[in-house]
Design a protein around this ligand. Sequence first.
Ligand code: GLY
Length: 464
Amino acid sequence: MFDKQIYVNRRLNLRKRIKSGLVVILGNTESPMNYRSNGYKFRQDSNFLYFFGLDLPNLVGIIDIEDGKDSLYGDDFDIDDIIWMGPQPSLSELGERVGVLSTAAQRDLQPTINRAIQQGRRVHILPPYRPDNVLLLERLLGVNQHMIRSYVSTDLIKAVVALRSIKEDCEILELERAAEVGYRMHVSAMQHARVGMLEQELAGMLEGISVSYGYMPSFPIILSQNGETLHNHDHSQLLTEGRLLLVDAGAENAMHYASDNTRTIPVGGKFTQRQKEIYNIVLAANNKAREMAKPGIPYLDVHRAAGRVLAEGLKALGLMKGDVDEAVANGAQALFQPHGLGHMMGLDVHDMEDLGENFVGYDDEVTRVNQFGTGSLRLGRRLQKGFVLTDEPGIYFIPALIEKWKSERINEAFICYDKLKDYYNFGGIRLEDDLLITDSGCRLIGKRIPITVEEVEATMAQGK
Ligand code: GLY
C-alpha cells in the first residue's frame, strides 16, 4: 500500500472534478471457482485500489462531495474469520491506513444511499463488471439490474480516467517493478524453450515466476506456435524445430500494477531467413512508434505510421503492392495486423477498460475510426506526459482471413494474394514494449527485453 497521503490526495483531486453528490466506489467480493469456499485468487477492483488502497473483499468506499467526508463500509472480522484467516485488523484500523476516519458496517450503507436519494442528491457509480456488484447496486439504488447502466455517472468516469491516466511517480516505480518480473519471464522463456517440450511447460514456468514475485500474471498467458491467433490460450502443442513461438505475457505485482510484453522466438534458437524478413518489419514498426510517441501526438497517428512501416516492408517483400499511403488509407495492412497498436496500462493491463474504451482511449477531438483493424485501436487520443501505454505491432498470416478477403476481393489493388499461400503455416509475430510518455518523448518501462534477431538468438543460446 502507498502512503496514506497518496489516497487522501487522490480523493481530494476527485472532489475537484465532481460538482456534487455521493461517489460510490465498490470493492470486489470473493469469486467462487466451483463452490463458495474454493475461490479464485482475490482481485480487488482497480478503482477501489486507486482511491481506497485496501486489498480486501467486501468493502465500499464513499466520497461525499458536499460534506467533504470519505467513508468506508464493511464488516469487522469475527472469531470464525480469525480461526480460518488468522488475526485481522479492524475496519477502523484499515480506514486509518488510507486516511479514512469514518467507518461503518455494511448494513449502514443502504440507509446512507437511501438518504442521498431522498434528498435528491446524485449518486455517482462506475460501470459494474461483476454480477455481485450489479446485484448490490440493484439493491442499493432500487433499480432493475438491466437499468444499472443508465445510472452510471459519465462525470465520474471522466474524472477517474483523467486522474488514472497520468501515472504518479509512486505508480511508475510499481510499473518498473512489474516490468522487472516481466523481463525475467520473457528471458526465461527464451532460455528454456526446447524442441519437444510442451508449450504448457513454458507457460507454467512463466506463471510460476510471476506468482513467486507476489501476485500472478497480469492476464492469462498467450504462448503459442499459432501466434496468428491473437489471443491464443491453448498451450497444448509440442515445440517443433523451425516454428515461431509467440509469447505475450506480463506480471501483475503485489501492488497490482501490470507489465505486458510480447516477444516472438524461433523454436530451436535460430530464425530462418523468411522469419527474419517478417520479424525485422515488425521490429521497425515497433521502433517507429517509440520514436514518435511524445506528448501532443494522437496515438492514432502513431498507429497509422507504424502501419505504414508494415505496408512498406511487406511491399518490399512482394506481399503487398501499389501506393503505400493509399494502401494504409484503405486499411490494407490490417489483413496482416487486424488489431490496434496499443492500449493504456497501469493497475489494469488494459487500463480502465471497465470504464469504457472510448472514454479511456478517445475524446471529443479524436474519435474511434470505423475501419477494420484501426477500429480495434484502444488508444487513439493525444498522448500526455505520464501516460503508460503499449507499443505492439504485429504481422500475422491468418489463412481464414486471407481467404475471406481474397474471395471478397478486398483491397486486391494492394495485396499480392497469390504470394500468401506460402505463408499459411508461418504463424504470427508481435513485438510489444511498454512506454512511459515523458516531457518531450517517451521511455521504456523497465529494461528492454532482448528484441533484435541477434539479441534473441544470443539469449536463447545462453540456455543451451
Ligand atoms: N497482451 C494482451 C492484451 O493486450 O490483450
